[in-house]
Design a protein around this ligand. Sequence first.
Ligand code: NAI
Length: 248
Amino acid sequence: MSFEGKVVIVTGAAQGIGRGVAEAFAEAGAYVVLSDSNEEQGAATAASIRQEGRNAMFIPCDVRLETEIQQLMKQAADEFGAIDILINNAGVSRWKSPYELSLSEWDDILNTNVRSVFLASREAAGYMKQRGGGAIVNMASTRAIMSEPNTEAYAASKGAIVALTHALAISLGQDGIRVNCVSPGWIETGNYDALRPADHEQHPVGRVGYPGDIARACMYLTHPDNTFVTGTQLIVDGGMTRKMIYEE
Ligand code: NAI
């Protein structure tokens, strides 16, 4: 899939899934703007993509802060004259008992994971509209629809992303902007080789996911040919949320 000449912004791109998404778009010919609150790691990741002969730059941004999001979009649009694609990937996962989760911890997780998606989409959409359209992908999670204990704030943030995705798709469709989300299952961003056989075998497809699985989903959802796809949630989880589990 070619993204030759497209301007793609990826938040939370210093490491993990965001890094994999940025690398994949860069390899497909895009101008990739990597953004992250971790400036050192983000700049190093962008430099390593450039070393492969691809187009990548780093702009720091803490997605909890409206002014930094506005600055990110402005700087990217000034540099490239356009924003074609936004991947709202930055997020934090923190588990804590609902008996102990404080108001400030709740607010911080919601502000990082979901308020940021609204603010970044609002700011990027302004630039996309000027050029006749664009595409946005929000990183949700299968935890939007299933839970382990002590994940209230994270689950709520991801469920909100799924709802925000279809709301934005309807509001922005008239401006040629498509909005979709990806719900990853278990995506190993650390040492894949250290996973146990049981980690892989519990998945219907027989393996744990890796960032490339999510990068390809983002490319499908944002490709200029796929203009009939908007407002949807693409679950990429090796079948885990379709597996019925009863203990024998
Ligand atoms: P990660 O922790 O490896 O990377 C997240 C990146 O976001 C880091 O580079 C971090 O510095 C950045 N970040 C954190 N707070 C930020 C802020 N306030 N402003 C800007 N950047 C910030 O996480 P991972 O696993 O790569 O996850 C990426 C996204 O995918 C997240 O939204 C996560 O919720 C979602 N996800 C991940 C899954 C997995 O199994 N790895 C499963 C389902 C969803």
